[in-house]
Design a protein around this ligand. Structure first.
Ligand SMILES: Nc1nc2c(ncn2[C@@H]2O[C@H](COP(=O)(O)OP(=O)(O)OP(=O)(O)O)[C@@H](O)[C@H]2O)c(=O)[nH]1
Ligand SMILES: [Mg+2]
Length: 366
């Protein structure tokens, strides 16, 4: 697939060129991913439900605060995307092909991915042809609506859960994306909700990794299972599961390595950890959370593909949205891979992890 503005030979930056490559890659394996959807989207056990009292005043205030922070941290992405759309539409009288070409360029360079951009532009073009959309003033709303549609991935209907053991979350992702930090923040969330949390230090590749997790465990008030020295990650996972069951833990979160000598080694190790966990609890891990770094833009989408093909990811935590203009990748991930974004990271602090809410995200962005 070659985009029109590339065909016209219009200048583009490196990020845009990358987008094209990755977009094509993403397209080739979408069918596979769709075939996997059902299995991925139907975990047998639901995560422990957060204790909140919607409706009361404190709850509303907290929601407002979270929204303000979200809006604030998305400033760079907003500038890279919405402000450019605003400038494009300013003073325009009609939606013509030139305008659509310029819009296409903005979408591509905001890391939405090629497939998603094409789908958005095609949708606008159809609406214009049907005369449902005539006025450039209405274009932004139409765009917003369609993007929101892409972001709404159906979540499985909750099934009644008989608690048979801890809820196990395995956290994966390449090195440096923010796995350990996300685990710390996630653990803090669960502890605040009154859950007994156990962290498992199964990243034994990097010496400092265990200490980093230990610091988080202490800070948030979670238990930790770790081995001394260079241990086998599956052996740590084994002990972690045993401890979790005997101590009647509610939530187990397993930290894993992001880098090994080869990619194949890494995937094999992750599969081995999974098997070890499942020996203790047949339907665990209940969640396989893939952490992606938003600042890597389209690369994040290729990583998601790789991990999902190897170990069946159930959800995504997208970190570092605070420091990047590449927040458009949120749309590319949801639309391109059909994987739900569960959490977004908006900073390095303990409360800088938010449950992803497509409506709030779009509102904060626009
Ligand atoms: N700005 C920002 N920084 C973040 C966020 N999440 C993580 N970081 C930072 O990213 C860096 C890497 O985070 P880690 O949690 O160590 O990443 P990791 O994936 O565990 O890395 P490895 O253990 O080496 O595989 C740290 O400096 C974190 O503070 C975020 O949402 N926003
Ligand atoms: Mg780590």
């Amino acid at each position: 697939m070659v985009l029109k503005f590339f065909k016209r030979g219009k200048k583009h930056d490196e990020a845009a060129a990358e987008s094209v490559e990755d977009g094509v890659l993403a397209e080739e394996s979408t069918a596979d991913l769709e075939a996997n959807q059902e299995a991925v989207m139907s975990p047998d056990v639901q995560p422990p439900s957060p204790k909140g009292e919607p409706g009361d005043e404190a709850h509303e205030e907290k929601k407002q605060g979270l929204f303000k922070r979200l809006r604030n941290r998305l400033t760079k992405t907003r500038k890279a995307f919405v402000s450019r759309v605003d400038r494009l539409l300013l003073g325009k009288k009609e939606i013509d092909e030139d305008l659509l070409d310029d819009l296409e360029e903005i979408l591509i360079t905001s890391d939405m991915g090629v497939n998603t951009t094409m789908a958005l532009i095609d949708d606008v073009r159809e609406q214009v042809a049907r005369k449902d959309l005539n006025n450039p003033d209405e274009l932004k709303d139409a765009l917003q609506k369609k993007i929101l549609e892409f972001l709404r991935i159906p979540t499985p209907a909750p099934k009644p859960v008989v608690k048979k053991g801890p809820h196990v979350i395995m956290v994966v992702g390449v090195n440096g994306v923010g796995k350990t930090t996300t685990i710390g923040k996630l653990a803090a969330r669960y502890v605040t909700q009154g859950q007994h949390v156990l962290l498992v230090a199964a990243d034994t590749f990097r010496a400092a990794a265990v200490e980093q997790l230990e610091i988080w465990a202490e800070r948030v008030g979670a238990d930790i299972v770790r081995h001394k020295g260079k241990a086998d990650p599956s052996a740590v996972a084994f002990d972690g599961m045993q401890a979790a069951i005997s101590r009647d833990v509610d939530v187990v979160i397993i930290d894993t390595a992001g880098r090994l000598h080869t990619k194949v080694n890494l995937m094999e190790e992750l599969k081995k950890i999974r098997r070890t966990v499942a020996k203790h609890l047949p339907d665990a891990p209940h969640e396989t959370l893939l952490v992606l770094d938003a600042t890597t833009g389209q690369n994040a989408i290729s990583q998601a593909q790789l991990f999902h093909d190897a170990i069946k990811v159930t959800g995504i935590a997208l970190t570092k949205l605070d420091g990047t203009a590449k927040g458009g990748v949120v749309v590319g991930i949801s639309h391109g891979l059909g994987l739900p974004i569960q959490y977004i990271g908006l900073g390095e602090k303990i409360d800088d992890l938010q449950v992803f809410d497509a409506e709030a995200f779009m509102k904060a962005l626009f």
